[in-house]
Design a protein around this ligand. Structure first.
Ligand code: NDP
Length: 265
């Protein structure tokens, strides 16, 4: 492959593991690519900056995934459906957009075989794309969110939705924290009384946050439940993005051992 330049666009972006992940994969697979980070303050300038920097592809993180969606000339059907793009590849001067967060998450939870009923705690952008792909894969997804406002889109899409006030306790196979509660604080994603009802009957509890044990996962462990954090989701969305960057010249399993090293460093 010609030595192409890639980057992650976000604000903040200094914490991102993506440069390490992708550069280790380029090196390990003997590809002459290079991946950097770019602090994008104005999401409206995404396309302009992409071309000014001479990039071949980018990943997009908070808060620009909707700007990225709008900047694309061609959208993958799933990205089109969810309205959020986290991977862009330039081909013949056009920007092609994809969402790899959702398939990355779907793969990350595939180890919980037999799980069908899923409770999402949170209704933000990540919940939006992942709820769609889980439903397409046959899961029944219910959404519980702190505020009512963000549930509107989910209600329109036909998901069973609750706020803390009207939640109906029932048995869920997987309880998943899709909020940022616990990322920079010690907050639980919903009132403890609700968690004390849904966690005991769950098969496992999952968090999309990685790099720390959140209060939610601590509580799940205290209930003796298997837990999983967001590290595999991060890794798998990166591998799927890398497949797009290299036009599927490498298989998922070939990329995995190289990219995986970034999470251990
Ligand atoms: P958004 O800002 O779009 O949504 C945030 C959601 O969290 C909303 O539902 C919000 O509820 C809820 N929330 C925030 N704080 C609290 C709180 N203290 N108590 C209860 N609910 C709360 O975020 P994203 O969807 O973009 O990201 C969500 C999480 O996913 C982040 O932690 C992010 O780091 C993680 N993530 C992980 C990835 C990975 O690869 N592992 C990839 C992408 C994201 P309300 O509507 O009431 O405000």
């Amino acid at each position: 492959m010609h030595k192409h330049l890639f980057a992650i666009f976000g604000n903040p972006v200094s914490h991102s593991k993506s440069p390490l992940m992708h550069n280790l994969a380029f090196k390990g697979l003997g590809i002459g690519g290079c991946y950097t980070r770019y602090l994008l303050e104005d999401g409206g300038k995404l396309k302009e900056k992409f071309f000014a920097l001479g990039l071949k592809g980018i990943n997009i993180t908070v808060p620009h995934k909707e700007h990225a969606y709008r900047a694309c000339d061609v959208l993958d059907p799933f990205a089109q459906k969810v309205g959020a793009v986290n991977t862009i590849v330039e081909k013949s001067g056009k920007l092609y957009g994809y969402n790899t967060d959702a398939p990355g998450f779907l793969k990350a939870i595939s180890e919980f075989r037999g799980a069908k009923k899923v409770l999402f705690l949170g209704a933000g952008g990540t919940a939006q794309s992942t709820s769609m792909i889980l439903r397409e894969a046959g899961y029944e997804v219910s959404i519980l969110n702190r505020s009512e406002g963000r549930l509107v889109r989910f209600i329109e899409e036909g998901f069973e939705c609750y706020t803390f006030e009207n939640f109906q306790p029932q048995k869920f196979d997987l309880v998943i924290n899709m909020t940022s509660a616990g990322l920079k604080d010690d907050a639980l994603p919903c009132p403890g009384e609700i968690l004390d009802v849904v966690i005991p009957s769950a098969k496992a509890c999952i968090d999309v946050i990685y790099g720390k044990e959140t209060p939610f996962l601590k509580l799940a462990k205290a209930h003796g439940k298997p837990t999983k954090d967001g590290a595999d989701m991060l890794l798998y969305q990166g591998i799927i993005a890398f497949e797009y960057f290299t036009d599927h010249a490498y298989r998922f399993d070939e990329i995995l051992p190289h990219m995986q090293k970034a999470l251990l460093l």
